[in-house]
Design a protein. Structure first.
Length: 82
């Protein structure tokens, strides 16, 4: 039986950072509480009380989806009164 993620769960795997120290130490995928796909990233950091993980989550973008530049004029409504 294959592993099936449930809402609110994610998995993390060690990430190959290559030459870039800014890349996350761990990356993974999961589902937010509503069941929408997310991307998760974690960095191992050192603090006053020892090591900890700093994490981010963001909605997962569909592969091949074209990003639309922000602030384009064609995004505005056409019923401007002047």
């Amino acid at each position: 039986m294959a592993y099936e993620q449930k809402p609110g769960q994610f998995v993390l795997f060690k990430n190959d950072k290559g030459d870039n120290d800014k890349r996350p130490d761990y990356r993974g995928d999961g589902l937010d509480l509503s069941g929408n796909p997310i991307e998760v990233a974690a960095w191992i950091k050192e603090g006053k009380k020892g090591k900890f993980m700093s994490c981010t989550i963001k909605p997962k973008e569909a592969k091949g989806a074209e990003k639309k530049p922000a602030g384009r004029f064609d995004d505005m409504e056409s019923d401007v009164p002047f």
